[in-house]
Design a protein around this ligand. Structure first.
Ligand SMILES: [Zn+2]
Length: 337
């Protein structure tokens, strides 16, 4: 019999048959399917992790292709939701695993339903609010998670093992004040996101193969252009941490939740409780007013200088403004209340 697809992985002393068997019956949730999430998803899928859940609120556009794995020009041209495009590609890579994709924004109210009880959660998000929410959920349920971030030529990765290591809130007590540099404003180097995603995937495979003891409680930072690359011990657990010591889950309890959020790229996201939208009817209504493009998942309405992307669940991303009031006004005018 020729060697199986996992022969080179099983050959590793660190993993072996037993470790790999464990991986094949494990579940990883990847939150955010962009530059970090797609790298992690591809590496875990090729390794045979049994069940992957992909969560992302956004669709593929041309500016993603420079660094985001799994997507191609046709995905961008069709403005396919990222998780749908990723799932298609991953199924072609490995048809033996289970993939669940969720086109939605991770928010407190639906966190339990969306995240479930996986063996590991991987952070592929691009904002601190989402990370504090993930941290709350992971600490409450005792699920290991792996933080990752990259902007410019710099990136960082760090594991959080609830009950054993400092949690995210022990390390960063609150989201930073003011506007932070984003990949849109500061740019980002593809090799940095690939590096950080690979570090996250490596930590995830240690956990999923049953070798959590091998996870180093370190914060890895790298500036690929200017150096240095460094691995430093994380701080100790904070005995007064509101999250992991006092078990106050402020982000999960919705204390910081807002129905409108800035996407950090001249766009505002609007959440709506109005329920499922009939995109076909909406398309017919908007076509006389501007340019409309749609697929099965979303509709884009171009009315310069704004562009509205409306998802089936009523959520919308309004491009061309950073003013929530203007975004809400456009939503009310074109989609309804
Ligand atoms: Zn803590």
């Amino acid at each position: 019999m020729p060697p199986g697809r996992y022969a080179r992985l099983v050959r590793l002393d660190a993993i072996g048959e037993a470790g790999h068997r464990r991986m094949t019956s494990s579940h990883a949730v990847i939150v955010g399917c962009g530059a970090l999430g797609t790298v992690v998803a591809e590496l875990l899928a090729r390794s045979g992790v049994g069940h992957l859940t992909l969560i992302d609120r956004d669709f593929v556009d041309l500016t993603n292709l420079q660094r985001q794995f799994l997507f191609d020009e046709s995905d961008a041209a069709e403005a396919i939701p990222k998780v749908i495009a990723a799932e298609r590609r991953l199924r072609a890579i490995n048809s033996e695993i289970m993939i669940t994709s969720v086109v939605d924004d991770l928010r407190p109210r639906r966190a339990a339903e969306m995240l479930g009880h996986p063996d590991v959660i991987i952070d592929g998000t691009d904002n601190f609010e989402a990370r504090f929410l993930l941290n709350d959920y992971a600490v409450e349920h005792g699920i290991p998670w792996v933080y990752g971030a990259a902007v410019g030529t710099y990136g960082i990765a760090m594991p959080v093992l609830p009950g054993r290591t400092a949690c995210f809130r022990c390390v960063f007590d609150a989201p930073p004040e003011g506007l932070q540099p984003t990949c849109e404003t500061a740019g980002v180097l593809g090799p940095v996101t690939a590096l950080i995603g690979s570090l996250q995937a490596g930590i995830a495979l240690q956990i999923l193969s049953g070798h959590t003891d091998a996870v180093r409680d370190m914060m890895t930072t790298a500036d690929l252009w200017n150096g240095p690359m460094r691995e430093r011990p994380k701080p100790e657990r904070d005995p007064d941490c509101p999250c992991c010591s006092h078990r106050e889950f402020d982000w999960l309890n919705g204390k910081h939740d807002t129905p409108v959020s800035l996407c950090g790229r001249n766009a505002v996201q609007i959440h709506s409780e109005r329920g499922v939208i009939d995109l076909v009817a909406l398309k017919a209504r908007l076509e006389p007013e501007g340019t409309v493009r749609s697929n099965d998942f979303a509709l884009r309405f171009l009315l310069a200088p704004h562009e509205l992307t409306i998802f089936r669940d009523g959520r919308a991303i309004i491009h061309g403004t950073q003013d929530p009031a203007i975004a809400r006004g456009l939503y009310a005018k074109w989609i309804g209340n």
